[in-house]
Write a protein that binds this ligand. Structure first.
Ligand SMILES: Cc1cc2nc3c(=O)[nH]c(=O)nc-3n(C[C@H](O)[C@H](O)[C@H](O)COP(=O)(O)O)c2cc1C
Length: 428
C-alpha cells in the first residue's frame, strides 16, 4: 500500500495508464466497493473521518460540502444535479493539478464518480484550462475508455446509479477558477463571480444544485474508500488527513512537485529541492501560491497544513510554495504578482478593476526608483481599505493584496529604501 495516495500509481514517464493497466493497479475497485457496499451517507462519513479538506485553496471540509449538496438536491426536487471539477489552476506558482490530469486521469474519474454517487450528482463536468492540452486529451481518452467499458452511463456496475461525464476546455482566465465564475463560464456567460446566497448547492449550474471540487481533492477519494479513513488520516503529520501535493518554485535548486504528508515543513521541502539555488540564503517564502502572505526563516518548521499555516500568519492555499532568496527583491516580486492579478481582474467591482492596476503602477514606479513616500502611504491605505475580505465581490482582490500587505508589514524598510532610487536587495 503506497504512502502516496495521489501520485503512488503514476508512471515514471508521466504517461497516462490505459483502463486495463489502471485496473491492473487496483483501479476502479474503490468505485465497485462504493457502489456495491456503501450507502452515500457512509461514504461521506468516511471522507469526514479521513479529514479531507478541499485542495482548491480554501481548505473547506469536503464531507460538509457534499452534505450541503444532498440537502440542496432534496429541496430542488427531481432533475439534473452537477459536480463540476475545477481544473482551472491559474494561481501563480500552482502546477499540481496538471500532473493529476495528465498522468492519472482514471484516478480523477474514479474519484469524481464516487463523489457524484455520494452527493447525488447526475452529471460531472470537468473544466480544464485550455493551455492544459495534454491533460484535456488524456482525460478525454480516459472518459471514452470508461464509457466503452460501461463504467459511465446508465446502471453503472448493475447498481442502478447513472452518471455522465464530460470535459470542458475553458477559454482560460484566472477568475474562471472562482466557483461561481466557473459556473457562469460553463453556462456560456461572461465568467464573473455571482452573488452568494444562493449557494451553488442550492442553485448553481443552470439553477440546479451544484458542487465545485478541485482536481486534487477528488483524486484523493479512491484511496480513502479503498484503504479506509484511518489509513488516510495516519499518512498526515497533523489533524488534517492525508498527503498534499506541494509544488515548490522560485529560487530553489530543483523546483518540483512533491507528494508529502500533510504538515510537512518548509525546511523539509527545501531540503528535498536541494536547498536555495546558487548557495544563497533564504529570504522569504509564500507557502500557498502568489496570493498568500510571506513567511520567513523563523517559520521554516511550521507544519504546512491549513490550520498551522494560518496560525503562522499565512495560508496553505494550493500548497504552491514560492521561494525568494536574498538577491530577490520582494517589491519586484509583489509587483509582478500584482500585474498578473490586475490583468486577470474580471472588472466587476471597482476595488479590483481600478485598484489593482493603480497599485501595480505604484509598485512599478518604486521598483524603477521613481516612487515617493506618498506612493508608499497610498499602498498602505489601499491595503487597509480594499484588502479585507468582503470589500470586493470575490476574493481575487483580497488574495492579490495579501502579499502586498504582508510585504509592507515584514519588509517595510525595503520599500522605503527604494525611495533612494535603487533596489537595495542583494547589494549588502
Ligand atoms: C480568484 C479565485 C481563483 C480560484 N481558482 C481556483 C482554481 O484554479 N482551482 C480550484 O480548484 N479552486 C480555485 N478557487 C477556489 C474555488 O472557488 C473553490 O473554492 C474550489 O474549487 C473548491 O474546491 P475544493 O472544495 O475541492 O477545494 C479560486 C478562488 C478564487 C477566489
Amino acid at each position: 500500500m503506497s504512502d502516496k495516495p495521489l501520485t503512488g500509481r503514476a508512471r515514471a514517464d508521466r504517461q497516462p495508464h490505459s483502463l486495463a493497466a489502471w485496473r491492473g493497479l487496483g483501479g476502479y475497485t474503490a468505485l465497485t466497493s462504493a457502489l456495491k457496499r456503501h450507502s452515500p451517507e457512509a461514504i461521506i462519513a468516511m471522507i469526514e473521518a479521513a479529514g479531507l479538506r478541499g485542495r482548491g485553496g480554501a481548505g473547506f471540509p469536503t464531507a460538509s460540502k457534499w452534505r450541503f449538496m444532498r440537502t440542496g438536491a432534496e429541496k430542488a426536487g427531481p432533475g439534473a444535479r452537477y459536480l463540476c471539477v475545477n481544473g482551472d489552476e491559474t494561481e501563480p506558482g500552482s502546477f499540481k493539478d496538471r500532473l493529476l490530469l495528465e498522468a492519472l486521469p482514471h484516478q480523477l474519474i474514479e474519484g469524481a464518480m464516487i463523489a457524484a454517487y455520494a452527493m447525488g450528482a447526475t452529471e460531472v463536468i470537468i473544466l480544464v484550462r485550455d493551455e492544459y492540452r495534454t491533460g484535456i486529451a488524456s482525460l478525454s481518452r480516459a472518459i471514452a475508455e470508461a464509457e466503452a467499458a460501461g463504467l459511465l452511463g446508465r446502471d453503472i456496475l448493475g447498481s442502478g446509479f447513472d452518471l455522465t461525464m464530460r470535459v470542458h476546455a475553458s477559454a482560460g482566465r484566472y477568475i474562471v477558477g472562482e466557483e461561481t465564475a466557473l459556473i457562469a463560464a460553463l453556462e456560456g456567460e461572461r465568467p464573473v463571480p455571482r452573488h452568494r446566497p444562493p449557494y451553488p448547492a442550492v442553485s448553481g449550474l443552470w439553477g440546479r444544485p451544484t458542487t465545485v471540487n478541485n482536481v486534487e481533492t477528488l483524486s484523493a477519494v479512491p484511496s480513502i474508500i479503498e484503504h479506509g479513513a484511518e489509513w488516510y488520516q495516519s499518512l498526515s503529520r497533523t489533524e488534517e488527513g492525508g498527503t498534499k501535493l506541494y509544488g515548490i518554485s522560485g529560487c530553489v535548486a530543483k523546483p518540483q512537485l512533491i507528494e508529502a504528508p500533510m504538515g510537512t515543513t518548509a525546511r523539509e521541502l527545501l531540503d528535498l529541492c536541494g536547498g536555495i539555488r546558487n548557495g544563497r540564503k533564504l529570504f522569504a517564502f509564500q507557502p500557498g501560491g502568489g496570493a498568500t502572505a510571506f513567511l520567513e526563516s523563523a517559520d521554516l518548521d511550521v507544519p504546512l497544513d491549513f490550520a498551522h499555516t494560518k496560525k503562522a500568519g499565512s495560508s496553505l492555499g494550493t500548497g504552491a510554495m514560492i521561494v525568494l532568496d536574498d538577491h530577490a527583491c520582494p517589491v519586484a516580486s509583489i509587483g509582478r504578482h500584482l500585474r498578473f492579478y490586475a490583468r486577470e481582474s474580471c472588472g466587476l467591482c471597482t476595488p479590483c478593476r481600478d485598484g489593482l492596476p493603480w497599485v501595480a503602477k505604484l509598485l512599478d514606479a518604486l521598483e524603477a526608483g521613481k516612487g515617493t513616500q506618498a506612493d508608499i502611504d497610498v499602498l498602505h491605505q489601499h491595503v487597509a481599505l480594499s484588502g479585507p475580505s468582503g470589500r470586493s465581490y470575490c476574493d481575487l482582490n483580497t488574495g492579490a493584496l495579501t502579499p502586498l500587505k504582508s510585504g509592507l508589514e515584514r519588509f517595510g524598510d525595503i520599500f522605503t529604501a527604494h525611495l533612494a532610487g535603487h533596489c537595495p536587495v542583494g547589494r549588502a
